[in-house]
Design a protein around this ligand. Structure first.
Ligand SMILES: Cc1ncc(COP(=O)(O)O)c(C=O)c1O
Length: 379
């Protein structure tokens, strides 16, 4: 594959604004002066990364516990806040066990290494996140892809490979990070159950938003799903991640998984912030539904322009441009109009499908939507 080298200036130098101006998350230095950009791209869906209660909870715990954990969970890194967050998350998700990780990328590698090995077959959706792919590669399993969200293709491949008498793991996301598409998790879990295969679901973008009061799409299917992976750096506004599963599988992670055993435990400050976020999400039961409703309004308004093909079932929307250069021209134009909306190009998305990916966040209001629509109209 002929991949373009990513220029180092793609890693943006951004500055955040002061607290309380949630919709203007970013500030960029242009020709020596600061310009404000409305955040249409971060995964901080509820704006919790700058919520004062959460910051206070994290700060107060840091005064007692220090900033970092100092070592792995097996040495001296385990703190009461880890156990408390794991317990509260497992209760909320109706799961026997939750284990925390320093990042979702790492949690996904751990998940796959726990559920599959070199004698296994992994059947993965064509659009799974890179961390899951890396997990599949490092597990040594045979990797087979099925067409995105296509139940027929999944079933066809399951029936073909199940005759090989190998352990099979199906890997999907509940809300895909670039496409914004929701997976038919219930149907996928039924197929997996019928074939007696394991199922791993990455709920990174759906936790807090989709499902019953934001508990994700696997919430009512606990017994049919082998493992759920979730991040704390998106709707929770903190950082880190978790795996949720039954006690037996959790014990296997604890006993055998290097990505859990041999890493510095999640920083207490992030765990304390995430715990407070969980409380807020539990209290504000309609946040997820409100966000889905607002996202639909954004999608409808963009569609009404009859100018762009737009994808996305939820808070992640993709305005498909196709051509890479035109996508980057649009990103630049939107920036001039005061929006930070990032152009996504291959290899992150398939060739010919370059896009502006926008995320709808709780703090965006109608005025911002109107301003954005006007900008799109005039591009
Ligand atoms: C679907 C999905 N899974 C996992 C991850 C990795 O999570 P983290 O950012 O916590 O490493 C991401 C990150 O963007 C993601 O989009």
């Amino acid at each position: 594959m002929n991949l373009k080298k990513i220029p180092s200036n793609r890693i943006r130098k951004l500055r955040t604004l002061s607290l309380g101006k949630e919709e203007y998350t970013f500030c960029d230095l242009k020709h020596g002066s600061l310009i404000e950009l409305i955040d249409l791209c971060s995964n901080d869906y509820f704006g919790l990364s700058r919520d004062i209660d959460i910051i206070n909870a994290a700060y107060n715990l840091t005064l007692k516990e220090g900033l970092g954990s100092g070592s792995s969970r097996f040495i001296s890194g385990s703190r009461p806040i880890h156990e408390l967050l794991e317990k509260k998350l497992s209760e909320w998700l109706n799961q026997e066990k939750v284990l925390l990780f320093p990042s979702g990328f790492q949690a996904n590698i751990a998940a796959i290494q726990t559920l599959a090995d070199r004698n296994s077959i992994i059947l993965a959706d064509k659009l799974i996140h890179n961390s899951l792919l890396v997990g599949a590669q490092t597990s040594g399993s045979k990797l087979i892809r099925f067409i995105h969200n296509d139940l027929n293709d999944l079933e066809k491949k399951l029936s073909r490979f199940s005759s090989q008498k190998k352990s099979i793991l199906v890997v999907v996301e509940s809300l895909y990070s670039m496409e914004g598409s929701i997976a038919p998790i219930k149907e996928i879990s039924e197929i997996c159950k019928r074939y007696g295969v394991k199922l791993l679901v990455d709920e990174a973008h759906s936790i807090g938003i989709l499902g019953n009061e934001g508990r994700g799409l696997c919430n009512k299917l606990t017994n049919d799903i082998s493992m759920i992976s979730g991040t704390l750096g998106k709707s929770f506004g903190s950082g880190g991640a978790f795996l949720a599963c039954n006690s037996k599988v959790a014990d296997q992670i604890i006993q055998t998984c290097g990505a859990f055993r041999y890493t510095t435990a999640l920083a207490p400050i992030l765990a304390a912030g995430a715990l407070k976020s969980l409380e807020k999400i539990k209290t504000n039961k309609t946040w997820g539904k409100d966000l889905i409703r607002a996202s639909k309004e954004w999608k409808d308004e963009i569609s009404k322009l009859n100018k762009y093909s737009i994808k996305g079932d939820c808070q992640i929307l993709s305005i498909i441009i196709g051509d890479e250069d035109q996508t980057m021209r649009m990103q630049k134009y939107l920036e001039e109009q005061g929006f930070l909306a990032i152009g996504i190009r291959p290899p992150t998305v398939p060739y010919g499908q370059s896009r502006i990916r926008i995320t709808i966040r709780r703090t965006l209001n109608k005025k911002i939507l109107e301003k954005f629509i006007l900008a799109l109209k005039n591009f």
